[in-house]
Write a protein that binds this ligand. Structure first.
Ligand SMILES: [Zn+2]
Ligand SMILES: [Zn+2]
Length: 390
């Protein structure tokens, strides 16, 4: 990979490692944003800095401002995870870690801003570099959109490092790429009593198991098999003694889906099921549903344009087609309003033991991958800022 100069790669290493050592949780990215702004201010190019929310920033490069407005987005927040790597730049903050590669995303976007700032006169349209807060809470993208700051954007592009792919590979999906993710919690309240006399109780544990069965039945028999969905119950807490029937049980979990129709269907069906079992079991059942990330559904003609860019313009770069994933990313909210594409940048290197999944306390990525992500940002901006649609 010759496209990224050694000087720029050294910059990326410095940025990534500083951010890795100084992670900040969602909505607390103050130092991170200050650091990004300080670096942006040292670049060539007339960047107009806009602050949509207290811990996010958009750097607008106006170019010749006669054509398309292209947004390149990076997320900047870290996770509440206690890092277990032995990196020399390991997190200096106990219990907070960049375990999702957002440190790398930020470094790649800074590298693109630095490079494109130097080429400002060659750019026909505008390039906006969006450093977004609170992706891990699935709230940041919606907050940025609600400020109206992206209302003039023509296209939006984003990337995520991923160790499931080797360095040099990019994982792309036309249309459905990542599912919507919603959460739920259920509180079953009834009557406890002696384990030997269940008929005098409402047996909250049994009611809970009936709910789980019914949820599985909805996914298996009432959702079109071509329209992927999952309901996973991930916590189930009840009881305290082997001869006492508890008076309550609590369940929680997550729902994954792609189409808005199925998303709402599952929400409503789960409510119907809980109401029904409340009635037949003489329990009081309360269900709370928390809306999370929207599905990432790429714009097919832009996925194709990016795949062509990768294969034609990125040294040793290779675009591979991937199946839709049931993980989520709040980038999906942008794609509901702005045409664009999101993809994975391969960052795995099993020979160097770099193979951990995102959010693992030993997660790290092959820093060489940043060259590919940065090169793609640069090529995407140059191409799409003067893109002519058929
Ligand atoms: Zn994450
Ligand atoms: Zn992430």
């Amino acid at each position: 990979m010759q496209q990224i100069t050694d000087d720029l790669f050294q910059d990326m290493l410095r940025w990534r490692r500083y951010l890795h050592e100084n992670p900040e949780l969602s909505n607390h990215e103050s130092n991170t944003v200050d650091y990004i702004i300080k670096e942006l201010n040292s670049f060539d190019g007339n960047f107009e800095l806009v602050r949509p929310t207290p811990t996010s920033v958009i750097a607008k490069l106006k170019g010749n401002n006669t054509d398309k407005t292209v947004v390149l987005r990076s997320d900047i927040d870290a996770l509440p995870i206690d890092e277990q790597t032995d990196l020399s730049f390991k997190s200096s903050k106990g219990g907070i870690m960049h375990a999702c590669g957002h440190d790398g995303h930020t470094a790649m976007l800074l590298a693109a801003a630095k490079t494109l700032g130097e080429k400002e006169k060659e750019i026909d349209g505008q390039i906006w570099f969006l450093f977004q807060h609170a992706e891990e809470l699935a709230t940041g993208a919606l907050e940025i959109l609600s400020t109206g700051h992206l209302s003039e954007a023509d296209y939006i592009f984003g990337v995520h490092l991923n160790n499931n792919f080797p360095v040099g590979q990019f994982g792309l999906a036309s249309g459905r790429m990542m599912s919507a993710s919603d959460g739920f919690s259920i509180d079953i309240k009834g009557k406890g009593g002696h384990a030997a006399m269940p008929h005098t109780t409402t047996d909250a544990i049994y009611v809970g198991t009936q709910l789980i069965n019914a949820f599985n039945q909805v996914v298996a028999r009432q959702v079109d098999a071509n329209d992927q969905a999952i309901i996973s119950v991930t916590t189930f807490n009840a009881g305290f003694a082997n001869n006492v029937m508890p008076d309550n049980a609590k369940l929680s979990g997550c729902i994954r889906s792609f189409s808005e129709k199925t998303r709402i269907f599952l929400k409503e069906k789960m409510k119907t099921i809980t109401d029904h079992f409340a009635l037949v079991s003489d329990c009081n059942i309360e269900m709370k549903w928390q809306r999370g990330a929207d599905a990432v559904i790429n714009t097919p003609y832009l996925t194709e344009a990016v795949a062509n860019l990768i294969n034609e313009k990125i040294d040793d770069g290779k675009a591979v087609e991937i199946m839709p994933q049931m993980i989520s990313e709040d980038f999906g909210s942008y794609l509901k309003e702005i045409p664009g594409n999101f993809l994975f940048v391969g960052s795995g290197n099993p020979e160097a033991n770099i193979d951990k999944a995102l959010h693992h306390p030993k997660f790290t990525f092959d820093e060489e991958a940043m060259k590919y992500g940065a090169a793609l940002h640069i090529q995407t901006a140059l191409k799409m800022s003067s893109y002519k649609e058929d």
